[in-house]
Design a protein around this ligand. Structure first.
Ligand SMILES: Nc1ncnc2c1ncn2[C@@H]1O[C@H](COP(=O)(O)OP(=O)(O)O)[C@@H](O)[C@H]1O
Ligand SMILES: [Mg+2]
Length: 348
């Protein structure tokens, strides 16, 4: 756990970048610091690895005041990823990734072996190992940055807008990759972004900061969307809060009907009982219309609503993990679940 206790950073020119910040960053999950440019995100992050020292207050790492840990020792346990990856231009990719192991005095062969293993982990083709950074795309360079930060297997990872400079498609795949990695590695990650959608997608917990370095809200994404603390947070979250919140409500307790027919429509299955499409009543062997599927075991109410809206019957098709028919979710059942979701507080 990383604890900020009344942390303030006032720069020499009087700028207060972080103002009396007190939060607890839980171990083994992703905490996102989000807010507009200049709200003190980078300053907060760099105080964790002592690249910047607070003016007031203190930061504890697993209950130990980080001022009592010398910076090189502290940083050995903290990986750091920045926006432009910050790779060494004249070092091959494999050696960039092995930077910290080399510094720690690992044998070259072992360090390179570790680097190759990490390339695979972050989804990089091992053939890229002998290239130089300029020979990689922006997205690939960011993956190298993540691999390098993970090289010595630090328990803590600090990430400062690591995906901000790549295009939206690559960014989405980097986000997915980070979530996949985190599901295996369970690092304590502090992730900084100015993008609220990224914060909501990645964060187990989100700290929303406002300019002047003041904490506006510290909560899970579902709670942020359901109960923004004030007008600033609400404005920052933007439109469609209601529907975005449904992403955090499991579809699991939707009621399903096992019949294939609903008024006006019949669901057609293949031999393996996988849905093929909706057929309009009285249209014997006619056209199949699109259906939307939802896996109640893992999808959200938002996915269920989307599935219902895709189909002319207005019903979503519940499927099991293999895509097999599990039932029909009628508009009425969906409506009841939506009412329950807005009635009760969201989790997180
Ligand atoms: N070295 C510095 N000296 C003076 N002011 C600084 C310095 N670094 C950052 N600031 C100011 O502190 C505030 C917070 O900066 P920063 O932590 O970089 O914000 P963010 O990462 O959220 O954009 C900004 O007003 C910025 O101009
Ligand atoms: Mg910054």
């Amino acid at each position: 756990m990383i604890t900020f206790e009344g942390v303030t950073k006032r720069y020499a020119d009087g700028t207060v970048a972080v103002d009396d910040l007190s939060i607890e960053v839980p171990t083994g999950s992703i905490t996102v610091f989000v807010g507009p440019s200049g709200c003190g995100k980078t300053t907060s992050l760099r105080m964790i690895n002592r690249m910047i020292d607070p003016t007031d207050g203190r930061i504890l790492l697993d209950d130990q005041d980080i001022r009592k840990i010398d910076p090189p020792t502290l940083r050995r346990g903290i990986g750091y990823v920045i926006q432009q990856a910050g790779l060494f231009p004249h070092r091959r990719i494999v050696d960039n990734i092995a930077t910290v192991p080399y510094l720690l005095g690992w044998e070259k062969k072992k360090a390179r072996g570790r680097a190759m293993e990490l390339m695979e982990r972050v989804g990089l083709d091992p053939k890229l190992a002998s290239r130089y950074p300029f020979q990689l795309s922006g997205g690939q360079q960011q993956r190298v940055g993540v691999a390098r930060a993970l090289a010595a297997d630090p328990p803590v990872l600090l990430m400062d807008e690591p995906f901000s400079a790549v295009d939206p498609v690559v960014r989405a795949s980097l986000q997915e990759e980070l979530l996949r990695l985190q599901a295996e590695l369970h690092k304590t990650i502090v992730f900084v972004t100015h993008d609220i959608d990224e914060a909501i997608k990645l964060g187990d917990t989100v700290a929303v900061l406002r300019v002047g370095g003041k904490l506006a809200q510290f909560a899970g994404p579902a709670t942020l969307l359901a109960e923004p603390a004030d007008g600033f947070v609400e404005g920052f979250l933007g439109k469609d809060r209601g529907i975005r919140r449904l992403s955090f409500v499991p579809a699991a307790d939707l009621e399903v009907r096992e019949e294939l027919g609903v008024p006006g429509w019949t669901l057609v299955l293949d031999d393996a009982r996988r849905p093929l499409g909706w057929r309009a009543e009285g249209n014997g062997d006619g056209e199949l219309h699109p259906f939307g599927a939802v896996d109640l075991g893992k999808d959200s109410l938002r996915a269920a609503l989307d599935a219902a809206l895709l189909a002319p019957s207005g019903c979503a098709v519940a499927v099991d993990g293999d895509g097999g028919f599990a039932g029909v979710v009628t508009r009425e059942a969906l409506d009841r679940a939506l009412s329950r979701a807005s009635g009760v507080g969201a989790r997180g």
